[in-house]
Design a protein around this ligand. Structure first.
Ligand code: FMN
Length: 306
């Protein structure tokens, strides 16, 4: 999939997962072949006010490229200013969040709440386009709820506003992460969008990623939860226990470099994802999530070899 003149080597993209797809994990995903990565959602208001926590989210390494910075907000002017600021960090593109179902985001009229007002979606995309010379994308859901599946209007607003590509999570806001993504609707969107579409939702393996692309006609797919603890999903490789352990070690090292000693604590949720489904996992899990240093993590993991 090509858009905005960005060089993209694989049609399997990493979907943003707040709290997980930070700079270290994005590097891991790219090293395993993810075609592009996107930051977790960044508040446009926070960015314009130069909030410390917001600016932290914008840190990335060159090895993550191609990278998009994802913005959320509800005010076209603020979104345009935020896009201008985000652009100065040097990403390949700016993505607009039109899908976050969280109450604290939707209550401010941002994220998935915008799906209810396509004219505001149009105004936001236009303003973001005006604020930056970078390509602009939008990540949408199918609609607010089953009674308002207005994706045709949302897609038209995004395209007419000047976006270069669309990422579609095949659920409504009402579904949050429950039920199954509707890949028929994703195929329909791909057929009518007029700009490149990457489908997203429930992909759990490399084979499934390619099957979804074929069935839906999408030139690319985005993978979120299926990549946690399994960055091999991007290459289709079956890792040995030794490779999993060495991947964990490398990831832990990146976490320490990025966050300091607290990185090991932040690594815990990844550790449980990496060992999920391993046959000796239950023996080591509790000690693993209490480990306070990388060497402790590694010595616990050594038992998995036994
Ligand atoms: C904990 C969590 C956090 C998420 N954070 C974001 C986010 O910051 N921005 C976004 O566009 N989507 C976010 N998503 C949605 C994912 O990008 C993706 O659309 C969704 O999980 C479906 O894809 P999957 O089944 O491959 O995970 C999040 C999902 C989860 C479960």
């Amino acid at each position: 999939m090509d858009f905005g003149g960005i060089k993209i080597e694989s049609p399997l993209f990493l979907a943003p997962i707040a709290g997980y797809t930070d700079s270290p994990f994005r590097r891991v995903a790219r090293a395993h072949g993810a075609g592009l990565v996107v930051t977790e959602l960044v508040s446009a208001v926070g960015l314009v006010r130069r909030g410390k926590k917001t600016l932290e989210l914008l840190r990335f390494d060159d090895s993550e490229r191609p990278l998009g910075i994802q913005l959320f907000g509800n005010d076209p002017a603020v979104m345009g200013d935020a896009a201008a600021s985000a652009g100065r960090y040097g990403p390949e593109f700016i993505d607009i969040n039109l899908g976050c179902p969280a109450r604290k985001v939707c209550n401010t009229g941002s994220g998935a709440a915008l799906l209810r007002t396509p004219e505001l979606v149009y105004a936001i995309v236009r303003s973001v386009r005006a604020g930056t010379s970078l390509p602009v994308t939008a990540k949408i859901r199918l609609g607010w709820d089953s009674g308002s599946m207005n994706y045709a209007e949302t897609v038209a607003a995004v395209r007419e506003g000047g976006a270069s590509a669309i990422f579609v999570h095949g659920r409504t806001r009402e579904q949050k992460y429950g039920g199954m993504a509707d890949w028929n609707a994703i195929a329909e969107i791909n057929a009518m969008a007029g700009i490149p579409v990457a489908g997203n939702g429930d992909i759990r393996s490399f084979g499934e990623a390619h099957a979804r692309m074929k069935e839906s006609g999408c030139a690319a797919v985005m993978i979120g939860r299926g990549a946690l603890g399994n960055p091999w999903i991007f290459s289709g490789k079956e890792p040995s226990i030794g490779e999993i352990i060495s991947q964990i070690s490398g990831h832990c090292e990146l976490m320490e470099q990025f966050y300091g000693s607290y990185g090991v604590v932040l690594m815990r949720k990844h550790l449980t994802a990496y060992i999920h489904g391993m046959k000796n996992a239950s023996h080591v899990r509790s000690r693993l999530v209490h480990a306070v240093s990388r060497s402790e993590v590694m010595s616990v993991l050594a038992e998995l070899h036994e």
